[in-house]
Design a protein around this ligand. Structure first.
Ligand SMILES: *Cc1c(COP(=O)(O)O)cnc(C)c1O
Ligand SMILES: [Zn+2]
Length: 402
């Protein structure tokens, strides 16, 4: 049982949110967006649900001019109906920077990094959690729980504090101390678990069901995806509506990868971009590379894979809930998947820090190493534009860096 107030009696068309309903991408079953939803309940489907919008040219990309530089500049394409329910700490519209001083390594490939480090709580989790907490507020939810590898917990703690909602966070014991302190400082209840995020997920799920709490575990509710999709809108807008040829994404649960892909699809349907799509590359940690293995074995789902600790705690996701959808995007985009060791991530992190003046998260640093590997194997071509998505700030990981 969930504690839910009755949905807003009168729909206030202030934001002009164009959301119409939710839809299961696997079986097509539809759901209303004005009540609490989790995953598809059609038989044994259990797929993540996607928000659908009226994409008929009601809004044009020209309307974005002069709007605030945060993710709510795309508010019509976001799920919150009453603007009064938006809980924002200024997330989004992060810079895209050329890797100028490392360009000699990239040769004739143009390499850029979208740097999510400057988001509230130091990672792109602020986008997804910001959207989910806003929608939870709209739906009258009073307690939110999440399992987390670190950054989602901090983001939930902060946004819940701002929203006046209670937050309960389940985090692996091996996560650096800062991630735990952050949750407590924002007033969340922290539960430390001896295990991986999968173990956290099991307990969070049990306790949420018992107590009627709302769970925002990756892709088990529809709105974190909507927050993360704003990265896709920004990529298009910041590259002047010409998408890059390749996007490298550090894949844990895969929300960002799916969200970016969803944004591209929505923009094409609105006529904002043409049909050119980047090749999407999932980069994982050697210790948790189930997607990489499934991709190369041409499997449609991944196997549970957990090699234990990695400095990239955001990538320690043994079995992404939406593995099937992730693998589909990689194939559809003619993309790729590869994994990186902790030692290589750390070396890449230092190379970026010393040459570019950016202290990025190990998850993001993995992309620079992956980039060099893809270049060496001639998978990338001269003249192409490649975007690396740095998902977080390296400052949160100093405990594990020397
Ligand atoms: C959560 C996280 C990831 C993985 O994100 P997904 O969209 O769930 O794949 C990558 N990097 C960092 C820093 C994270 O916190
Ligand atoms: Zn379904």
């Amino acid at each position: 049982m969930l504690t839910v107030a009755t949905p807003h009696p009168t729909v206030i068309p202030e934001t002009g949110s164009l959301i119409t309903h939710l839809r299961c991408p696997e079986c097509g079953k539809t759901y209303v967006a004005t009540a609490v939803q989790t995953v598809c309940n059609n038989g044994t489907c259990n797929s993540s649900l996607f928000a659908e919008y009226k994409l008929d040219g009601t809004i044009s990309k020209e309307m974005l001019t002069g709007r605030p530089a945060n993710m709510w500049r795309y508010r019509e394409l976001m799920p919150v109906i009453d603007t009064g329910n938006i809980v924002t700490l200024g997330e989004g519209f992060t810079p895209i920077l050329p890797l100028q001083n490392l360009q000699h390594i990239a040769g004739d490939i143009n390499v850029f990094i979208k740097d999510e480090a400057g988001n509230p709580t130091g990672s792109f989790k602020a986008r997804g959690i910001g959207a989910a907490v806003s929608k939870a507020k709209e739906l009258g939810i009073d307690t939110i729980v999440t399992p987390t590898a670190g950054n989602a917990g901090g983001a939930l703690a902060a946004y819940a504090a701002k929203a006046g909602i209670k937050a309960i966070v389940y985090m692996p014991k091996l996560t650096p101390k800062l991630f735990k302190d952050e949750c407590r400082l924002y007033g969340a209840t922290l539960v430390e678990i001896d295990g991986s995020i999968s173990d956290c997920g099991k307990l969070a799920n049990e306790e949420a069901l018992q107590n009627g709490w709302f769970q925002v575990s990756t892709l088990k509710e529809p709105y974190r995806l909507e927050g993360k999709k704003t990265m896709g809108y920004e990529i298009a807008e910041q590259f002047n509506w010409q998408l890059p040829d390749v996007v490298l994404y550090p894949t844990g649960g895969g929300t960002g990868l799916l969200g970016i892909w969803k944004a591209f699809d929505e923009m094409e349907r609105m006529g904002w971009i043409d049909s050119h799509r980047p090749r999407m590359v999932a980069v994982q940690s050697d210790s948790c590379n189930g997607i990489v293995k499934a991709f190369h074995r041409e499997h449609s789902v991944s196997e549970f894979t957990d090699g234990g600790f990695t400095i990239a705690n955001g990538l320690r996701v043994p079995k992404p809930y939406a593995d099937k959808l992730i693998l589909k995007v990689l194939r559809e985009s003619q993309g790729n998947a590869l994994s990186v060791s902790d030692a290589d991530m750390e070396a890449a992190l230092k190379e970026i820090a010393r040459n570019e003046g950016m202290l990025i998260a190990p998850e993001g640093a993995a992309l620079w190493h992956a980039f060099k590997q893809l270049k060496a194997s001639n998978w990338l071509h001269d003249g192409e534009t490649v975007l690396l998505l740095n998902t977080g700030s390296g400052y949160k990981y100093l405990e594990n860096l020397s």
